[in-house]
Ligand binder design. Structure first.
Ligand SMILES: C[S@@+](CC[C@H](N)C(=O)[O-])C[C@H]1O[C@@H](n2cnc3c(N)ncnc32)[C@H](O)[C@@H]1O
Length: 320
């Protein structure tokens, strides 16, 4: 049975195509990749547009019989068995890990390591693309606010550090729907308010880039107000929360972080389309993150809205 996500990806919509083009340009332009670590690890979906684009760009060499001849540099991670079959049919020779990304990482807990040598290498790739179609999950564990998907990013940071990587990139995408319970909504608002207090500049940037309405809802701390946010404001809320949290996690692990783009798309869409949010992050090992963590964090926060944008369904890109 064809999944809605596959129908959406077959449609190759201009906003998503723009994003894909941006990803692939960065992969093509990257000097990275080595014998022991892949260049690009991606959840490319059943259709595998990115794989086709990498073949066209010459990053993935294809032999005369149509099979990918060097499968060391690009790895597809796919949890769905049908999607794996489709990929294998369309791209023979492609290296595919039929796993949930979370299992490759041995879950969100920092004490557990990837079980296989190959998985460790995958977790330290030069560019990792977590193109989730689902929403950002959040919950209160032992009263701490936990974003499970972002804990996985923390582990990726950690594995890159242990592997001695000096810089790497993460592409991250979620559906912009809030599925959190009331207590979690209130905790997210408290979390952002705390950051508004830490950095007046961040609060002002949130106001300018995301609008008064969302900042006011955060300041009210009301779960009802959060659950009643309109589609665009949910996108904007996530555009504050996610890069903010990633900045914190990165600095904690000794990295400087640059939010290369902070994007939303799919707003107002109907049918099988969903409102989405998407980011590009560049991480660099940085001693200042451990010697001057407040300054490093403030710098990261200042950059969160450097490139805030909407990808229109025509493929155009506009501010906001
Ligand atoms: C949004 S689609 C990928 C679209 C693709 N990047 C593109 O540009 O056309 C996400 C794919 O990743 C798979 N997926 C989602 N969550 C996953 C996870 N946690 N681990 C592995 N695969 C996952 C889904 O089954 C789906 O095929």
């Amino acid at each position: 049975m064809t999944r809605p996500i596959d129908v959406a990806m077959v449609a190759d919509r201009p906003d998503k195509a723009f994003l894909r083009g941006r990803w692939i340009d960065l992969v093509v332009g990257s000097e990275g990749g080595s014998d022991d670590r892949p260049l690009y690890v991606t959840m490319c979906g059943a259709e595998g547009h990115e794989i086709r684009m990498l073949q066209e760009a010459g990053v993935l060499e294809t032999s005369e019989n149509g099979a990918i001849s060097d499968s060391s540099q690009v790895v597809a991670v796919e949890a769905n068995a049908q999607a794996v079959l489709a990929l294998q049919r369309q791209y023979p020779g492609l290296r595919i890990l039929e796993e949930d990304f979370s299992s490759i990482l041995s879950g969100p807990g920092i004490e557990a390591w990837p079980r296989k040598k190959e998985w460790k290498a995958v977790c330290a790739a030069d560019i990792i693309n977590l193109d989730f179609q689902g929403p950002l999950t959040a919950g209160l564990g032992d009263s701490d606010l936990i974003f499970r998907d972002l804990q996985l990013v923390f582990k990726l940071l950690h594995f890159h550090r242990v592997a001695g990587v000096e810089s790497w990139r993460l592409f991250l995408t979620f559906c912009a729907r809030i599925t959190w319970d009331d207590a979690t909504c209130e905790a997210v608002a408290r979390y952002l308010r705390d950051n508004f207090e830490f950095s007046e500049a961040f609060k002002e940037a949130c106001r300018l880039s995301c609008g008064e309405a969302v900042v006011d809802v955060v300041e009210s701390g009301s779960s009802v107000a959060i659950s009643e946010l309109g589609e665009e404001d949910v996108q904007r809320l996530l555009m504050m929360v996610v890069p903010k949290k990633i900045s914190r996690l990165a600095v904690e692990d000794g990295w400087s972080v640059r939010t290369e783009w902070n994007s939303r798309y799919g707003h107002g869409a109907s049918g099988d389309r969903m409102p989405m949010v998407s980011w590009g992050f560049e991480f660099r090992r940085d001693q200042a993150a451990s010697t001057e963590p407040h300054r490093a964090y403030a710098t990261a926060l200042n950059g969160v809205f450097e490139q805030v944008e909407e990808l229109l369904d025509t493929g155009e890109v506009v501010a906001g």
